[in-house]
Design a protein around this ligand. Structure first.
Ligand SMILES: CC(C)(COP(=O)(O)OP(=O)(O)OC[C@H]1O[C@@H](n2cnc3c(N)ncnc32)[C@H](O)[C@@H]1OP(=O)(O)O)[C@@H](O)C(=O)NCCC(=O)NCCS
Length: 373
């Protein structure tokens, strides 16, 4: 009998040259570079180029990528019309999923965007995803869509399109690092789901739509919104310990903790914790990070479980003035680089993904005609 792997844990489905997660050592690399070094030294654009091409860009390569983003960042009228037609109070991940799917309909070449997919499509989808997330939010709060800034880079441009004001240097830098940290993570659930769709030689828009639908869940990308909702419910640092102990006593999960691969702390959480502290110190809003400290201590003592990327990204985004409903769409607009890089990799060396299940249903039943049932 074939060996069983619940949740596909530890099953190697195929080779990948994109990123590697070492869950025992708490290490993450993109194309051979440790995440700590990338977070410190490269921008979103450089990291995206690295994932797509396999090597770091030269100055000229980087200028070209920025120019391509600049050119494709503005939303065309049909997409704005789609966004205006969708229910503005809908869940932002549902809106993003629908908008990416609609982008496939609006792209004349989408049906051919499978094996022949080019990096141009990946760049376009990445640039547009940020504009879509910002535009949806503006419509939700009954404000006009803000056209992209002509000069700002990707991270700062998103904050600009969201708020209509240029972010400070610290805000832009912190947000840029957040985007780099979320870009790729091996065969996580949504990336794998996207690769499954690509493995049927479906088009890239369908594959990314699948991935976004998968990221939405609370056990995956949806956890960062849930973390912030928990912190807002706790309200004051002195209430954090009792709140978490109560959740554990009721056998409930504490969002932002535990991981399917990491057995030690998620290296991205270490970087985000430092950024959260920096933002808290600069803004004087220390209560969120104080609550996080307490919750981490309780979780270590009571369960021996470490936090993951979603634990500190929540308070970081909150301190950047971003609403918690946008946390998962922001995760998606960064991870779309990883999705598209994985989809290209899948197309290049494809085998349709088709695991088996163990049939545990009835056998040998006697058929009863409808008039006798
Ligand atoms: C991420 C996650 C789905 C991984 O799940 P998994 O690898 O299947 O781990 P399991 O669900 O088997 O959990 C193993 C044990 O740790 C406990 N555990 C795991 N995560 C926990 C959490 N966040 N809070 C409390 N207990 C947790 C489970 O209750 C289980 O304990 P038990 O063996 O006594 O029943 C899980 O840790 C989780 O639900 N975390 C919260 C959601 C989250 O932050 N997701 C973002 C991931 S980046």
């Amino acid at each position: 009998m074939t060996e069983r792997a619940e949740g596909l844990r530890n099953v190697i489905v195929s080779d990948s040259k994109l990123s590697h997660v070492d869950g025992e050592a708490g290490q993450l690399i993109y194309r051979g570079y440790p995440i700590e070094e990338l977070a410190e030294k490269v921008s979103f654009e450089e990291a995206a180029y690295l994932l797509w091409h396999g090597y770091l860009p030269t100055k000229v390569d980087l200028q070209d990528l920025k120019a391509s983003f600049r050119l494709t960042r503005p939303l065309e009228d049909p997409m704005k019309k789609v966004l205006r037609t969708l229910p503005k109070g809908a869940q932002p991940m549902s809106l993003l999923r629908t908008a990416v799917s609609a982008a496939g309909l609006l792209d004349q070449k989408a049906d051919r965007a499978n094996e022949n997919v080019t990096l141009e499509v990946c760049e376009r989808m990445t640039a547009k995803a940020a504009s879509i997330v910002a535009a949806q939010w503006r419509l939700r709060i009954d404000e006009d869509i803000i056209e992209p800034h002509a000069k700002l880079d990707h991270a700062a441009n998103f904050l600009y399109m969201l708020n209509g004001v240029e972010p400070t240097e610290l805000q832009a830098k912190v947000f840029d690092v957040c985007l780099v940290l979320h870009m790729d993570h091996g065969f996580n659930a949504s990336t794998f789901a996207g690769r499954v769709t690509a493995s049927t030689l479906s088009d890239i828009y369908s594959s990314v739509t699948t991935a976004i639908g998968t990221l939405r869940g609370r056990l995956h990308g949806g956890a960062n919104t849930a973390v912030m909702e928990m912190l807002q419910e706790i309200e004051r640092p002195e209430r954090a310990e009792a709140y978490v102990k109560d959740l554990l006593a009721k056998k409930q999960r504490v969002m932002g903790f535990g991981h399917a691969v990491y057995k030690v702390i998620d290296p991205r959480a270490v970087i985000l914790r430092r950024l959260a502290r920096e933002l808290a110190d600069s803004s004087g809003q220390t209560k969120w990070i104080d609550m996080c400290d307490t919750i981490e201590n309780v979780m270590t003592q009571e369960k021996g479980i470490c936090c993951n990327v979603d634990f500190y990204s929540g308070p970081v985004y909150h301190m950047l003035g971003i609403h918690s409903l946008l946390f998962t769409p922001i995760f998606a607009m960064s991870r779309i680089v990883g999705y598209t890089a994985h989809i290209l990799e899948q197309y290049r060396n494809n085998k349709i993904i088709r695991p088996k299940c163990q049939y545990v249903g009835d056998v040998d039943r006697t058929f009863v005609p409808i008039k006798e049932r």
